[in-house]
Design a protein around this ligand. Structure first.
Ligand code: NAP
Length: 248
């Protein structure tokens, strides 16, 4: 029996990068996968077919995670289509980098809305059905930047640090209901998000990583699989780093 056979997972932001790897990893492990995308419509639609090829049920929804009403509607739709949500993975995220001196109010607001408010939106929406089911696993994608800070990313760092506080609070609130809530803090993972960095910055990061390489999206997805499955049935309120030893 696979780790998450017949479980239903909802992954936000799965059209690209880490989210796409998470959706694929869960489908391979036998879970039925509901996922979202926003601007990458073609990629999102193509993923639905790719996942279904693993013999599971897969459905993509175009939904803005930063919108409270769209998130409520998304959870209603997923429940109608799949019957339940066992695992929620809040993965959608963006960067709008700049030194504070040059950062606009829009850059600040957008990052907080997409990265942090989205997690409130989706977690709140799944809480009722998970309480009814008396079980659930919620996984929030934070970042090494939320732990350590990063010059030029004060908006992103604040959003990701906020996710850690939120995750621990939800673990405390919902632990007695058998609903677990954990965060994953990736370090430098090779995706379109990190492709935007200049070569010098990438070289600098790589030199400082004990494992001397960037991580792959699948290496983050594997930790999601652990936290989503019963293999982690006594793990909640934790932040698990996936960073090649970067903070060691
Ligand atoms: P990515 O390649 O840029 O992909 C981001 C995903 O989020 C896309 O699928 C995008 O969908 C989706 N998204 C963005 N805004 C959205 C919204 N408002 N509603 C729904 N979906 C939205 O990023 P990634 O590198 O895979 O990162 C995934 C997560 O890991 C993020 O939370 C990021 O902060 C975190 N992380 C990444 C790294 C890294 O090194 N890559 C390190 C630490 C943490 P569309 O394209 O369809 O809009």
């Amino acid at each position: 029996m696979s780790l998450v056979q017949n479980k239903v997972v909802l992954v936000t932001g799965a059209s690209r990068g880490i989210g796409r790897a998470i959706a694929t990893t869960f489908a391979k492990a036998g879970a039925n996968v509901a996922f979202t995308y926003l601007s990458s419509v073609e990629k999102g639609q193509a993923l639905e077919q790719e996942l279904a090829a693993f013999g599971i049920t897969a459905k993509g929804y175009r939904s803005d995670a930063s919108s409270y009403t769209e998130s409520e509607k998304l959870v209603e739709d997923v429940l109608a289509d799949f019957g339940t949500i066992d695992i929620l993975i809040n993965n959608a995220g963006i960067t709008r980098d700049g030194l504070l001196m040059r950062m606009s109010e829009e850059q600040w607001d957008e990052v907080i809305r997409v990265n942090l408010k989205s997690i409130f939106n989706l977690t709140k929406a799944v809480t009722k059905p998970m309480m009814k089911a008396k079980s659930g696993s919620i996984i929030n994608m934070t970042s090494i930047v939320g732990i350590k800070g990063n010059a030029g990313q004060s908006n992103y760092a604040a959003s990701k640090a906020g996710i850690i506080g939120f995750t621990k609070s939800i673990a405390l609130e919902l632990g007695s209901r058998n609903i677990r809530c954990n965060a994953i803090a990736p370090g430098f993972i090779e995706t379109e998000m990190t492709e935007e960095l200049n070569e010098a910055a990438i070289e600098e990061w790589t030199k400082s990583i004990p494992m001397k390489r960037g991580g792959q999206a699948t290496e983050v997805a594997d930790v999601c699989l652990f936290l989503g499955s019963d293999m982690s049935s006594y793990v909640t309120g934790q932040v698990i780093s996936v960073n090649g030893g970067l903070l060691t």
